[in-house]
Design a protein around this ligand. Structure first.
Ligand code: FRU
Length: 480
């Protein structure tokens, strides 16, 4: 039997058909996580931008619903957010869901911020008759993320002036009239248009007395792995102004959320019970997205990830781990291997699979590079998930991962710094039918890359180059 959709992810959200890009309107409400997303109801390329919609109770099993906010001739519905208007500040009803999105008007080229609301748990939506609610006459003004700022008792919107490389903050009492508060940028990586900002507080090392604010912003191009990517700043927010602790400039010194090529436009859920900060990103890159070899769908979201701030080597860093519920997808017990010497070359393990969780810990030896080969097949097909001791980097090398020629910059190796600790390095990789997400040392360095291997390429192995390394422990689960 040939599988009609061999690259359809099993762990990741994809619409049944057609094009998807950014996650939008992430909100928990009345027992459901909502995932809206940039969607083309008419085809598998970008266009007719509308908000597609899915709901889940566990962030892993999604039910696709009707298109929530459709495009029309006069308006494309670009990225934005949803808030729960508990106290009816906007007048659409107590606990109304209010979408704050970018209207992109093809007729004029203007981008402005608009509202839509739902009083039936997000099933049907009404665009506000007074749209747009925030228009500065710009063609590059988009992607509002709104949250309720408790200390000041008002709404705060982070939105980009994309070509100016600015995140602009606005305040409002009622979601309808907005006052400019401050702006941030240019700073950090500025090699492309700034898009899809988010701003949220997190405790440092879990200490509720020590809260810092995180500003994330995607940019296209200018990402760390080429094409689009996502950076972050850590600092303070006083209700008006975000002030970064260490202002960097240039893509070398800035902080990247993910060192792979396929994690973009990430935004976090509003209103998660218990206050956890969970986000998801479009698992793709604007440089390749139009060409990825999938049908009848095109575009997947990443695993949902829990965010935290951790002190590491004197600095505060944003760390990410897949939501704990991912463990519920494990089938049976892990296959394990301990204290195994890996010589130069490649060896095959007795475990195979296309959808796996793999936790590995290595003790560094003389090997310059070492790690795992995943989705291995014939003729040398395989993706390397490894560590480079010379550069101190965790990396994914998808040069021989299967189909790579559909987009010029697709093949290659992507990685980020991960210091070895007491001579050891560890990471957990989530392998799906068309992706690899690697979380180094409890999520301090993350690498997300798409891959398009042959369906039969399900081999798992070990490799070492230039010497030996000791695999201290390996645990492999099949995920359902
Ligand atoms: C980011 C982005 C946003 C925009 C949307 C359009 O990927 O370009 O800035 O709102 O996609 O689909």
């Amino acid at each position: 039997r040939t599988e009609p959709e061999p690259h359809r992810p099993q762990l990741h959200y994809t619409p049944a058909k057609n094009w998807m890009n950014d996650p939008n309107g992430l909100v928990w409400h009345d027992g459901e996580y909502h995932l809206f997303y940039q969607y083309n109801p008419e085809g598998d390329g970008w266009g007719n931008m509308s908000w597609g919609h899915a709901v889940s109770t566990d962030l892993l099993h999604w039910q696709e619903l009707d298109v929530a906010l459709p495009a029309d001739d006069a308006e494309f519905v670009f990225s934005g957010c949803v808030v729960v208007d508990e106290h009816n500040t906007a007048g659409f009803g107590d606990f109304a869901l209010v979408a704050v999105y970018t209207s992109s008007y093809p007729g004029t080229g203007i981008q402005a911020q608009s509202l839509a609301y739902s009083t039936d748990r997000g099933r049907t939506w009404t665009k506000y008759a007074g749209n747009p609610v925030l228009d500065i006459g710009s063609g590059e003004f988009r992607d509002p993320k709104v949250f309720w700022h408790e200390p000041d008792g008002h709404w705060v919107m982070a939105v980009v002036e994309a070509l100016a490389r600015k995140v602009v903050l606005y305040g409002s009492e009622n979601l309808k009239s907005w006052t400019r508060l401050s702006d941030f940028g240019p700073a950090g990586a500025t090699g492309g248009a700034w898009e899809v900002p988010d701003l949220f507080p997190l405790p440092v090392d879990g200490d509720p007395q020590n809260t810092k604010w995180v500003l994330t912003v995607s940019l296209n191009p200018g990402g760390v792995a080429g094409g689009s990517g996502t950076q972050y700043f850590i600092g303070d927010f006083d209700g008006v102004t975000f002030t970064a602790d260490n202002l960097t400039s240039g893509s070398q010194d800035c902080s990247w959320v993910d060192y792979g090529r396929d994690f973009y436009a990430a935004v976090s859920w509003n209103n998660v019970p218990g206050g956890e900060r969970i986000w998801i990103g479009w698992m793709n890159n604007w440089a390749d997205a139009a060409h990825v070899p999938t049908a009848p769908w095109r575009g997947a979201q990443s695993l949902p990830r829990t965010l935290a701030l951790r002190s590491l080597g004197g600095a505060i860093r944003l760390v990410q781990q897949p939501v704990k519920a991912v463990r519920t997808l494990r089938c049976g017990a892990a296959s394990t291997l301990r204290d195994h010497e890996v010589g130069p070359g490649r060896t095959t393990l007795p475990v195979r699979g296309a959808v796996l969780e793999i936790a590995a810990e290595f003790e560094l030896g003389t090997a310059e590079r070492f790690g795992l080969t995943v989705r291995g097949g014939t003729a040398g097909e395989g993706t390397l998930v490894g560590y480079d001791t010379r550069s101190g980097e965790l990396f994914v090398d998808r040069s021989s991962s299967g189909a790579t020629g559909f987009s010029p910059g697709f093949a290659g190796r992507h990685g980020g710094p991960l210091p070895a600790v007491r001579g050891r390095t560890r990471f957990t990789a989530y392998i799906d039918r068309s992706s690899v997400e690697v979380f180094g040392d409890r999520g301090q360095t993350v690498v997300t890359d798409l891959i398009f291997p042959a369906p039969a390429s399900q081999g798992l192995g070990l490799f070492a180059e230039g010497g030996t390394v000791t695999l201290r422990s390996l645990e492999v689960w099949h995920l359902s």
